[in-house]
Structures are given as structure tokens and as C-alpha cells.
Design a protein around this ligand. Sequence first.
Ligand code: ZN
Length: 330
Amino acid sequence: MRICADCFDDDEIKQFIENSSEEEGLCDCCHKESNLIDLSLLFDHFIEFLNLFTCDSNGFDLVEKVQMDWHPFKSEEYARIILGEIINKNRFTFSLSDKVSYVSDMSECFGVWDELKREVRESTRFFSKSIGSFPWANYVGPNVKIPKGTHLFRSRIIPSGKTNLSTDEMGCPPKEKATAGRANPLGIPYLYLCDKQETTFYEIRALYLDKVCVGEFVTQRDLDIVDFSQTINLFYNDSGENLIDLAMRKVLFSQISADLSKPLRRFDTGIEYVPTQLICEYCKLENADGVRFKSSLDDTGANVVLFNERDVICQRVFIKEIRDVTILSN
Ligand SMILES: [Zn+2]
């Protein structure tokens, strides 16, 4: 079977097909004229991936599950055609029509974050069983470096009666005034920064015509960061790591990142933030200097939370007026 990049949604697979293709023609799956490769070139990638599943009469439809959790294909229809061919041409313990579930480590991984959230909110807050019984250290630890000299940003809306803020006023609030956030517990301030100036305007929810002070910070040393927004590709893995470990890290990172990104709401009691505060504290114990996660308010930017504000210096402050507001709906 010859297939094309258009049958897939996964960027790495698309790229692989474009780079490896040596012929043009009609795709046997989507029937479009395109650059083609023989599907057998993708067998190795998918065999390892499909071994994350095992036959289980009480389980799920394989195609639906693969598309829902990992969406490598453009559509469920293409997923059924291509996975059908891969399963037919290789040895698996299940067929396309069998029900499947994840192998046990993967199943546990899908539930562990939810279990930890439930436990620390409702049952045992400070000595969590879920932290002790799962090998978190294999998955959550510093995975990127932010080099010395990197510029990061933080904004504040200028309070009424003031015309400007100084570099000293752009850092963390003092301990006694530090309210709880998604990453920091009450009374323990962390510095919330963004990797782009524009993202800070969304994060502080600046409104039309608000005057905003932007602090430009510079990192004073190389920082070890747990980057929950790191792109982890399962289908083109050159890290040398087992696919199951990679898949488990991807699941945990996307769940934790989604919770870290959730905007604070006015009526939150603070209990909602305990699980993400706990995981940030765990990162601190694993010698991380901070965490990085996607901004939910600006999908092109990321937040960087530093545990120690002395790792950066606010180099300058400048004033911006919000003149353009984009309203998104979905
Ligand atoms: Zn195609």
C-alpha cells in the first residue's frame, strides 16, 4: 500500500513521508494525487506503538482509541484503513476488530494524575500515597535548559494613581502577600514569567486601553527546567528511550500542563491548585529551577515559573497601551 502525508495529522510522520518519498501518484488510502511512500517504511514506528495495546474483550475499539488519545491520522476512516494494513502485514496479538486496552503500566499512567488530584484534595494532603507508589522520578525531572542571558517577560497593569512601576516593583510579591497560584502555595512566592512579551498581556487579562508595565528579565545562569510543554513524538523517536516510557511521559505532561495552564477563577477556593503546587514542589526536589507550560490564554506562548526570583534580574521596564484586542470564540 502506498500512502501520502495528507493521510496523517502527526507532523513528524508527515515530514518523514515528504522527505522519504521518491514517487508521485494516487494515494491508496485517501486517493489524492500526492508524493507517496510504501507503508512498510512506517511499520517499525507503528509496531512499537501498537505494542502499547493488548487484547481485552472489555476494552475499546483500537482505531477510536488511537485517534482519540494520539490522533496520528487525518481521520478515523484513514486510521482504519492504514492500521488494518499494518496489523494484517505484521504479527500482533489482536486484530483490527478486537477490543483492546493499554498494557498495565500505560493504564496506570492514564489514571495516576487524576488519582493524585483526588487524593490531595479530598483525602491525604501532605503525604500523598500516589506520589510514593508511582515512579514519578522516571518521568518528571529537568528536561530543558534555559541558557544564561535569556530574556523573559512579566507585565502588570499600572495601578490607578501611578504612572509607572520601577524594576523593583516587577518581581514577586513579598512572602506575606503571596497568594496561592497554580504553581506556588500560599506564602511561598514564585516568579511567573512568559517567554514572549505579548503573552504577558493575555496572562494579566489586560483590557482595551489599559496601560501596562512590561518588565524585561534576564536569566543570570543556566536554569534547569521541567518543561511540561515539551513536544514528545512517539512515531519518530530518536531519543533512545523506550516507547512506553516516552508515551507515559507524554500522557503525564499533557495532563499536568493542562492543569497548570488553567486560568485562576475568582471563586476558586485554592484547593483546586494543590495538585499542581505539589507537582511543582516535586520538581523543586528534583533540582529543577522552575517549570514551563503552555499559556492557555495565548496558544503561541508559554509560561515560565521560577522558584527563586534571584535567578533573573529585571533589566528594564517599559509602558505599553493595549490598542488592539482580539476576541476569540470557540
Ligand atoms: Zn493519502
